[in-house]
Structure formats: structure tokens, C-alpha cells
Write a protein that binds this ligand. Structure first.
Ligand code: DGJ
Length: 683
């Protein structure tokens, strides 16, 4: 049972999750300070922690204050989480505690500034079924103020012998590249200044003492629910402590808050676990399933998406042909991608003109939608609501609707500009056409794309308001069209985050569909995000992005690690390929509950999923010398006393040996090979 308790004598709060405790308290100056984040503590143990740190020996000495939201008042030199400027040259918040409220697992601690009419609420939320702790901040002001940073929360780690940071780095077609590195003394910043989550970094961190492995060790982690610019700053002080502050927006943006206005930050969730990176990942998956995804229990359909088959060369005839083949191989959802609308026959025109292209769809979309439904599949459509091509009726009518600045060029990227959803008329226009599109067509699924970063955002506030408006729009569409499912996409995986995941069903992880490259991309993705939200297509060989040729079974076995889809040009696949594909899609559907809803254990070169008495093991091997070793993969979390039968070969394995000696994948000869093993526990 999660719970929040308050010790009035020590002015400390104890937050309990199923397997962790978090303690914070007020120091003599009323500042809220982190006292513990880790193993379960009793109320008595928690109450023995002292929130008032030793005084600084001198202004030149280090000072590990561990504040819950570091401010700038007095002799504070930590990375500020909150920077506020009052009229008259006053800066920073002088904490004054007002009181707190506890409502189930939700704690709000209320403060005001000691002199200025400025209030802050620190929010904490714990759950009965998750070790995640959600935190966010609300500020209200009675005078005009300027905020130059207003983070959601700061996390302070316990004293550890070392600090190793895990995070992801990458780029387009190379998202979610896992990095593990000793945290440098000083400040390290993970950030996006692009107005979207980004391909280059992703808003999460994991920290361990340098001793964790996939299966063992304490890991402290956090993830931010925000889809615009963001910043997470990790500060390892000279005295050896680490704190992590994070929130929306990048450096240099300032926000003015007028009297009466309230600012609520996005949620920054923290999670402590004791079972290594793998355990941390599973705890995140579980938390996201229980508390973030809107429809977690639904099995994700096998998608067919036409993008890699036809790119911009879309027409009703070829879509019908592809739909026929997609249905034949077992797809359950047919998604028509870009270029079905307006004058969109290339990336140079048409974005913003959201009506069917009359030459390509002379009778509108309904004939194709009916055909797809008649084939037994659901119908999905690509949209990119936040974008406009200058060559469009929309832009010609409303050139002022895009982000722009007087006297500056309007930077075109992919020949497009970004509509400023912070303007109410623009957000209303987007809602109008999307609501009509969904109301007038039996559309089951939207792929919501975003293919360029923000530039020329004149008003700092718009960096945030745009994202909030997108959230509000998606929330409203979902409420009014509850049957519609949504895939988040931004030129691949540029919008993978808990904010988007809270209002969409799956994420297009990368435009790189090369099975070999995908292994690393998916490994990075699953550090935090669950397999059921990981869209993965099987596409053509050679791969259109990398030019690499890989066998069909390998491509399938890699894509089967998440929500399997197909994206190749099925019109060019051989009969034999189509038959193989149909067989593997059928196999996936049988295994899908285990892969999508099971527990994931990453293996050195594969993945294990277990649900009930079934375990699925996918193993992959790239090009290796002929004589290279083929090490056994040790499985996890099986019943050591049970026997397991290989569903294909009938071989009986002992659970204890699968975990101690491992399973040797029977890779076929050649490069880019893979195996799929399904074990069933015997009673
Ligand atoms: C980028 C996406 O990631 C692709 O899958 C495709 O939808 C294109 N945009 C279409 O322009």
C-alpha cells in the first residue's frame, strides 16, 4: 500500500510505495529538502532524519543542500530549479511553509515567498501498484514575475561510491542510442532545444553507483512527461553528491506570469529499483501500462503502413492493391501514410490542405476505407496537423499563422513551416478539420506526425503553449472519438516521451527500419518504454534507409519484439515472401499477448518475454566470423523447479538449467540470422 505520512515534530513527510520510501523535510529556514530515496523506511526511521543541513563552513565551501526545488535565495549555489524575478530587483524564493494536504497518495506542500505575493505548491503522487513517484510544481503570483526556469522537480541521490549515468543519444534514423558513462563532476545537461522531445536525446536518466548490471544493482531513474523543449541537469558536486533537476523549456527562455496567473509544470516521475537496469525498465513498463497509456490492455494490431512502399506516389488504385496484400498476410490495420490530401504530391506542397486530393481520390476517401474494412482490417490515416507548406491554400490565406519573427527569414525545413498552435484560432482550425475528418469517415487510427523542429518562435511562452495546445487537441479528439487510436511520430521517434504516451497508443520509434540497426534502437527504447507501445515494421530488403540486405525472417524476428507491423512494398514481394510473411504474422498473433503484455528480460543479443506459462525468446545475430562463439543466453525469472517444453521441437528443458546454463540459439548459417523459441511451462 502506498501512503503518505507526516511527522509534525520533525516536519518530515514519508512517502511509501510498494518497495521504496521517499522522505523529505523542512529545514530551519522552511526550505524543503530531500532526505531519502530508496529502501523502505519505518516512520520512526524516517523521523530520525534531520532536514537542516550543517551550516556552510564559509561561502567558498561546498554545500550539498539537496533541495526539492533549488532556488536562488541566500547562499545557494546549486543548479537552480526555480529562477524567479520580482519587480524591484528581487530574485529567488525565500521559502515560507504554509501547510500541506494529503489525499490518498497525493501530497501537496504549500509555500509562499516570505516577502513577495508568490505561492508554490510541490506535488507528490505515489501509487499502490508502482514504485514511481510523480512530482510536479505549481506557482501562482500576485505581482508580475519573470521565470527563467521553473522545473518540475529536483531529485537528490544518496551518497554513493560512484555515479554512472545511463541515457540515450542519437539522431534521425538512430534514435534511442543507449550510453552509459561515469557522471562527470560538475553539471551535465540532457536537453532538447528543438521544440520537440527530439531524436538527439530523450527526457529520462538512470543513475547507479557504477556497480549495476542488467540483472543486479540499485538504479535511480526519472522521466519527464513533456513533448517540447526540455532540460534535465545532473549536478555532481565537488563534495560528491548528485542531484537532478528537470523540466520543460530550454535555457534562455523566460516566461512572464501576470498577477492571478498559475503555472503548472509537467510531471517528472522518479523510480528507484534494486534489480538492475532490467528491473528498472520493467518497473517503468509496468508503471506506464498502469498509469500512463490510455488503453494499455488492448492488444496492438498488426499494422500495414504504405509509406515505404509508395512514399508520395499515393493513389486509390495502388492503396487498394496494397490493402489486398496486407490483408492476405494478416495485417489488421491498414494505414495510408502521407500524400493523400491537397496538392501533396511531394514534400514541397499541400500540408495544411486537409481534404482528399481530387485526382488521387476522385470519390473521396470512403471507397478506400470501405474496401479496407471489407477486407477485415481497420483503417488508419497519416496526418501532420502542426505543419504547413508555404505552397498551400492554408498558408496563402493565413501566412501569419506560422511561427515567424519580423525581419527574419522563415526557415523552411523539409519545405515546411510550423503552425503556431499557441494562437487560439490556429488550434481551433486544427480541431475543426480533424473533428470533421473523423466525424465524416470511419477512421480508426491516426498516425500523428511532426516532421520539423521549431524555429522563429518569437514569444518564449509559445514554446510551451504550443505543446499544451497539441495535448488539449489530442485529448479533445480522443474524448469525442473514443474509438480512434493514435500513433505518435515525429520523423521517426522524435516524440517519444511520457507526455505523448499518455495520450497516444503507440510510438513510431524510428524511420530506420533496418533490422540490424533496430536492435540497438529498440534496446534503447525499452530502457523506459514498453514493448506494446513500440511500433516496428518489417520492410524491404535492401533497406531503403541503410541499403543493407537482411533475410526476411531476421527482419520479422526483430520487429516481433514490439508491436509488429509491415511497411514494405508488398507488390514487389515474391509469393514465397508473402507466404513466409503470412506465417510469421500468424505466429506473432499467437505470441502477441506474451510479447506485448508479458514481462521483458533483455538478453545479451535478444529478448525474453514471459506471461503465465509461456516464454518467448527472440535472438538475433549480425555478421560474425564463421568460427565466432555462439554463447548460451541465460534466461530469467523462470520457475527453477519446473520443466519447459519447446513448442516447436518438443525438447524438454529444466527451468533451473535455462537460468544457469542458458539456451543456445540455433542460428542458421549466414549473416543476420535469428531464432524464435517458445517455451511452455509444464504442470
Ligand atoms: C516521417 C515518418 O516517420 C514516416 O514514417 C512517414 O510518415 C513520413 N514522415 C511521411 O512524410
Amino acid at each position: 500500500m502506498s501512503q503518505v505520512t507526516f511527522d509534525a515534530a520533525g516536519r518530515t513527510w514519508l512517502l511509501r510505495t510498494p518497495t521504496t520510501s521517499y522522505v523529505l523535510g523542512l529545514s530551519d529556514d522552511d526550505a524543503p529538502r530531500a532526505l531519502h530515496w530508496g529502501a523502505v523506511l519505518s516512520p520512526e526511521q524516517a523521523a530520525s532524519l534531520c532536514a537542516t543541513p550543517p551550516a556552510m563552513a564559509s561561502s567558498f565551501h561546498g554545500h550539498d543542500a539537496g533541495e526539492e526545488l533549488a532556488t536562488e535565495t541566500g547562499a545557494r549555489y546549486d543548479t537552480p530549479s526555480l529562477q524567479v524575478r520580482f519587480p524591484g530587483g528581487v530574485r529567488g524564493v525565500a521559502w515560507q511553509y504554509l501547510g500541506h494536504e494529503i489525499d490518498g497518495g497525493h501530497l501537496v506542500i504549500r509555500f509562499r515567498d516570505a516577502a513577495e505575493p508568490f505561492e508554490l505548491d510541490l506535488h507528490y503522487r505515489v501509487h499502490d501498484d508502482s514504485d514511481a513517484i510523480d512530482r510536479w510544481t505549481c506557482v501562482r503570483t500576485g505581482v508580475p514575475v519573470t521565470l527563467t526556469r521553473c522545473d518540475s522537480a529536483a531529485w537528490t541521490l544518496p551518497p554513493l561510491p560512484g555515479y554512472r549515468l545511463s541515457h540515450v543519444a542519437g539522431g534521425w534514423a538512430a534514435e534511442h542510442g543507449l550510453r552509459r558513462t561515469e557522471l562527470l563532476t560538475g553539471e551535465s545537461t540532457l536537453t532538447s532545444r528543438r521544440g520537440l522531445t527530439s531524436h538527439q536525446a530523450n527526457p529520462w536518466f538512470m543513475i547507479d553507483a557504477g556497480d549495476a548490471s542488467e540483472a543486479h544493482g540499485e538504479v535511480w531513474s526519472g522521466a519527464l512527461a513533456w513533448s517540447g523543449s526540455w532540460r534535465i541537469t545532473l549536478n555532481r558536486t565537488q563534495t560528491g553528491r548528485v542531484s537532478v533537476t528537470g523540466g520543460a523549456g530550454h535555457e534562455g527562455l523566460t516566461w512572464r506570469l501576470d498577477p492571478g496567473a498559475e503555472w503548472r509544470t509537467p510531471v517528472f516521475t522518479g523510480l528507484h529499483s534494486t534489480t538492475g537496469y532490467g528491473g528498472a525498465s520493467r518497473a517503468w513498463h509496468d508503471h506506464i501500462v498502469r498509469h500512463v497509456l490510455p488503453n494499455p490492455e488492448e492488444l496492438r494490431p498488426v499494422v500495414y503502413n504504405s509509406w515505404e512502399a509508395v512514399a508520395f506516389d499515393v493513389n486509390e488504385k495502388s492503396q487498394r492493391e496494397l490493402a489486398g496484400l496486407a490483408a492476405r498476410v494478416g495485417a489488421e490495420l491498414f494505414v495510408m501514410d502521407d500524400a493523400w490530401f491537397g496538392g501533396r504530391t511531394s514534400d514541397r506542397a499541400g500540408l495544411g490542405d486537409w481534404w482528399p486530393n481530387a485526382e488521387r481520390f476522385p470519390n473521396g476517401l470512403n471507397p478506400l476505407i470501405d474496401e479496407v474494412h471489407g477486407l477485415g482490417m481497420r483503417f488508419g490515416l497519416w496526418v501532420e496537423p502542426e505543419m504547413v507548406n508555404p505552397d498551400s491554400d492554408l498558408y496563402r490565406a493565413h501566412p501569419d499563422w506560422v511561427f515567424h519573427m519580423p525581419g527574419r527569414d522563415r526557415t523552411e525545413l523539409r519545405n515546411q513551416l510550423v503552425l503556431n498552435f499557441a494562437l487560439p484560432e490556429v488550434a481551433a482550425w486544427a480541431h475543426g478539420w480533424l473533428d470533421k475528418l473523423l466525424g465524416e469517415h470511419a477512421i480508426d487510427f491516426l498516425k500523428w506526425d511532426f516532421n520539423r523542429t521549431l524555429t522563429e518562435v518569437g514569444a518564449d511562452q509559445a514554446w510551451l503553449d504550443h505543446v499544451e495546445a497539441v495535448y488539449a487537441l489530442i485529448d479533445r479528439l480522443r474524448a469525442d472519438h473514443p474509438g480512434v487510436r493514435i500513433e505518435a511520430c515525429a520523423g521517426g521517434g522524435g516524440r517519444t516521451d511520457l507526455g505523448m504516451m499518455g495520450r497516444t497508443d503507440q510510438v513510431w520509434v524510428s524511420d530506420n527500419t533496418d533490422g540490424h540497426d533496430r536492435i540497438a534502437i529498440q534496446r534503447g527504447f525499452t530502457q523506459i518504454y514498453p514493448a506494446r507501445a513500440m511500433s516496428a515494421w518489417v520492410t524491404d530488403s535492401p533497406n531503403p534507409v541503410t541499403g543493407r540486405s537482411t533475410p526476411l525472417a531476421f527482419r520479422f524476428h526483430v520487429a516481433m519484439a514490439g508491436a509488429l507491423g509491415l511497411g514494405g512494398d508488398l507488390l514487389n514481394w515474391t509469393e514465397s515472401d508473402l507466404e513466409t510473411a503470412a506465417g510469421l504474422v500468424a505466429r506473432y498473433k499467437d505470441l502477441r499477448p506474451v510479447i506485448q503484455h508479458g514481462v521483458l528480460h533483455r538478453l545479451p543479443s535478444g529478448a525474453q518475454y514471459t506471461l503465465g506459462d509461456r516464454t518467448v525468446i527472440l535472438a538475433w545475430r549480425g555478421p560474425v566470423p564463421h568460427t565466432a562463439a555462439n554463447p548460451p543466453q541465460r534466461l530469467s525469472a523462470l520457475d527453477p523447479a519446473a520443466r519447459y517444453r519447446d513448442e516447436d521441437t518438443g525438447t524438454i528443458h529444466h527451468g533451473a538449467l535455462l537460468m544457469s546454463q542458458g539456451l543456445v540459439p540455433a542460428f542458421p548459417a549466414g549473416d543476420y540470422t535469428s531464432t524464435l523459441t517458445v517455451l511452455r511451462r509444464l504442470r
